[in-house]
Design a protein around this ligand. Structure first.
Ligand SMILES: NC(=O)C1=CN([C@@H]2O[C@H](COP(=O)(O)OP(=O)(O)OC[C@H]3O[C@@H](n4cnc5c(N)ncnc54)[C@H](OP(=O)(O)O)[C@@H]3O)[C@@H](O)[C@H]2O)C=CC1
Ligand SMILES: O=C(O)[C@@H]1CCC=N1
Length: 264
């Protein structure tokens, strides 16, 4: 697999780490205009760091675009004449519709739109995927690439904004919940390092319980809440203070913002 990541910033580098972590590429190009900060990636023998997008495209089959939305159009213009039937174009750009990509490079290209999250760097991304008509023939390939770095779900393009909030922004939401749990643990007497260890591994365990058992969260909650015990007392107080409601409202607010950005 010859992969190029055009725009090796926060997300692009997280994807690069995930690919390296999973031995997912035979060769990998990483591009950005100022390459000083990512030069170290060349220590991996199969990685080329360059500011030359055209060189990366010519020498790769899978092109993952991870630039800011405002940078994407001019990059596609720069590269469109080099794109051939060997290329699978994978965009991670928030809010950038497939039809807009087709307007620039044509609908006769394999185009995948994806929404990974930064946990891709450790092989644990939840990545949502959709494609243009022709790209349907390459969805399985795209899923195979991202499945090596976590879990994938194919969705209609109309759900991509919602997936951005739940999965990409979601990493930040879960981090805050883990941090709050850590603060609670410190108040109960653990030092900061231990407190974070307890919080993140408990979070990991809870998620894995659901993933592996397929059960509903309330089923697992029922197993933990001893009648008249401490768990239900704590849980009910959290709900009196608006735990579920505040999460839902935050998610909806985030979605309203992303819709507003897209209109802009
Ligand atoms: N961060 C996240 O969790 C997620 C982000 N996204 C989306 O991914 C995209 C990237 O986000 P993020 O990584 O946070 O942004 P960054 O700004 O960190 O990364 C963008 C990178 O693109 C490079 N770049 C800019 N212009 C060019 C060019 N002409 N050629 C090659 N490289 C270029 C920049 O480097 P330089 O200036 O040196 O060129 C920079 O490293 C966005 O569209 C975002 O919406 C999607 C899902 C999750
Ligand atoms: O916060 C943002 O707008 C982008 C989209 C998803 C993650 N970061």
């Amino acid at each position: 697999m010859k992969i190029a990541i055009i725009g090796a910033g926060n997300l692009g580098l997280a994807i690069a780490k995930g690919i390296l972590h999973s031995n997912g590429a035979t060769t990998m190009y990483l591009t950005k205009r100022n390459t000083n900060s990512i030069q170290e990636f060349e220590k991996y023998g199969n990685v080329t760091v360059t500011n030359n997008n055209q060189e990366a495209v010519k020498n790769s089959d899978i092109l993952i675009f991870a630039v800011q939305p405002g940078q994407f159009i001019s990059i596609l213009e720069e590269l469109k004449d080099l794109l051939t039937e060997k290329h699978v174009i994978i965009s991670t750009i928030t809010g950038f519709r497939i039809s807009k990509i087709e307007e620039i490079i044509g609908s006769d290209k394999f185009i995948i739109r994806s929404m990974p999250n930064t946990a891709i760097s450790v092989g644990k991304s939840m990545t949502c995927i959709c494609s243009n008509e022709l790209g349907k023939k390459r969805v399985d390939l795209a899923r195979a690439i991202f499945n090596r770095m976590g879990h994938t779900l194919e969705i209609p393009e109309g759900q991509m904004q919602a997936a951005t909030v739940i999965c990409a922004s979601g990493v930040a939401f879960w981090m805050r919940l883990i941090r709050a749990t850590t603060q609670g643990a410190i108040q109960l007497g653990f030092d900061a390092k231990e407190a974070q260890e307890l919080a993140m591994h408990t979070c990991n365990g809870a998620a894995n319980l659901l993933i592996e058992s397929g059960s509903h969260p309330e089923e697992e909650i029922d197993k933990v809440t001893t009648p008249k015990g401490c768990t239900i007392e704590g849980l009910n107080e959290m709900e009196h203070q608006g735990l579920s409601s505040s999460l839902i409202r935050g998610i909806v607010t985030s979605f309203e913002k992303i819709s507003e950005i897209r209109k802009g």
